[in-house]
Design a protein around this ligand. Structure first.
Ligand code: FES
Length: 178
């Protein structure tokens, strides 16, 4: 769900402040990255690293102007790569490896358990805003699958029970995962 940026409600003013902060971050990222060869992808990655997602309504025109590309071209790249989020993620991002080695070690069953436990599918966030679920294709931890990444931490040999314990710890420790 995308947030409204022009609501007259108190939440609207918070969104406005947030948008202003996001624009300042994006201006800095674009200024630093625009001279790089193939600048579009590094800029998009840097924006998502800084903000957790790419606020397309503001980002696309800013990037298009800076790189002399059309808005459609920028939009096309953002939508081509599943890595890029266009809505703010939950407090925690859980990525489940769907690549072959992890599948051979039980990732598919684990994935089913996680979706059922969270009540969401990939690219969705739980109703309480705590967890966003995403697929990923190899975390470089192939011999220890099934593998997950939670924030910056990669976990191996994750069972359903271990995931449940992880989820409990995320819910009792709102931000600190590592
Ligand atoms: S296949 Fe899952 S970490 Fe490589």
């Amino acid at each position: 769900m995308s947030s409204s940026s022009h609501s007259p409600s108190p939440a609207g003013s918070v969104a406005g402040v947030e948008s202003t902060a996001h624009i300042a971050v994006m201006e800095k990222v674009i200024a630093e990255g625009r001279q790089l060869p193939g600048a579009l992808l590094p800029i998009l990655h840097a924006i998502q690293d800084e903000l957790g997602y790419i606020p397309v309504d503001d980002a696309v025109p800013m990037i298009a102007d800076a790189l002399n590309q059309t808005r459609a071209e920028v939009h096309g790249v953002i939508s081509f790569y599943h890595h890029f989020r266009t809505t703010a993620p939950g407090d925690h991002v859980v990525q489940v490896c769907r690549a072959e080695a992890c599948q051979a070690l039980g990732a598919r069953a684990l994935e089913g358990h996680i979706k059922q436990r969270l009540g969401v599918d990939y690219h969705q966030t739980t109703a309480d805003g705590q967890v966003t679920l995403e697929p990923v294709y190899c975390l470089g931890n192939c011999s220890c699958g099934p593998s997950l990444r939670v924030g910056d931490k990669i976990l191996g040999r994750v069972s359903a029970a271990r995931f449940d314990a992880l989820l409990d710890s995320l819910q009792t420790r709102p931000v600190e995962v590592l």
